[in-house]
Design a protein. Structure first.
Length: 246
């Protein structure tokens, strides 16, 4: 992925990591299209930052198809999608309502990215160089006890990304997996103000440095996430799990 010249579509870029990367990619020279469900926020971001915007609900198949058609009509040169949208919830499997919340996480975090890939992969293969960026989490490798479905959904994204890369090896499409640690965002109540988490600006800046230094990277791993990402392979899994859940 060339951060200076790409045309990028980022669903889920109205806040958090998605918006932070959208702003930085635009500043680096890329053309950025953002998507989201809140049309009033999309309009505000378009007015303030000059983004092209597309209304999109990744839990709705018709919405994904319509967004794809709109993006490609306006930007036939599109060469990158970043499947940023995701949700996280505190869960207890013993709760009678556990399944309803778990299915919402699965629909957004697993089925949503699958819909996006299915919608855009045909077009991306027509480009001389293209990128699918998925978004997993350090919690795919070292779980947080209170968010079992989120952890599992991100583990799925990790393995799907690696397999997708194998399937697309003979094409022009590269697969890059973004693996965030705990970052100060609003994905969970109170997380944006948690002082032990990486600040959003620091995270986004480090991601851009890594993308710029290695545009063909398979994984984007900031230093903070390596404690989680490599806990098992480095033989310290139990200690890492204890630390994350302490």
């Amino acid at each position: 992925m060339d951060i200076r010249t790409s045309t990028v579509f980022i669903p889920g870029a109205t806040s958090g990591i998605g918006l932070a990367l959208a702003l930085r990619l635009q500043a680096a020279g890329s053309t950025v299209v953002i998507g989201g469900r809140r049309t009033e926020l999309l309009e505000e971001l378009a007015a303030h930052h000059g983004f092209d915007t597309v209304a999109l609900d990744i839990t709705d198949p018709a919405s994904v198809t319509a967004a794809r058609d709109t993006v490609l009509e306006r930007h036939p040169e599109l060469d990158t999608i970043i499947a940023m949208a995701g949700v996280m919830a505190v869960e207890d499997v013993r709760d009678p309502d556990f399944l309803d919340g778990a299915l919402r996480v699965v629909e957004t975090n697993i089925v949503g990215p699958l819909r996006l890939v299915a919608a855009f992969i045909g077009h991306l293969q027509t480009r001389p160089q293209a990128t699918v960026m998925t978004v997993s989490s350090g919690l795919a490798h070292t779980p947080l006890a209170v968010s079992p479905t989120y952890n599992g959904s991100k583990a799925f994204i990790h393995r799907f990304s690696e397999t997708l890369r194998l399937q697309l090896a003979s094409t022009s499409v590269e697969v890059v997996e973004l693996v965030p640690p705990a970052v100060q965002t609003d994905i969970m109540p109170g997380q944006a103000d948690e002082p032990s988490y990486l600040t959003l600006d620091d995270y986004a800046d480090e991601v851009m440095e890594l993308l710029g230094a290695n545009p063909h990277a398979h994984e984007i791993l900031v230093e903070r996430v390596k404690f989680l990402r490599f806990a098992e392979v480095e033989g310290r899994y139990e200690a890492a799990v204890a630390a994350v859940n302490g």
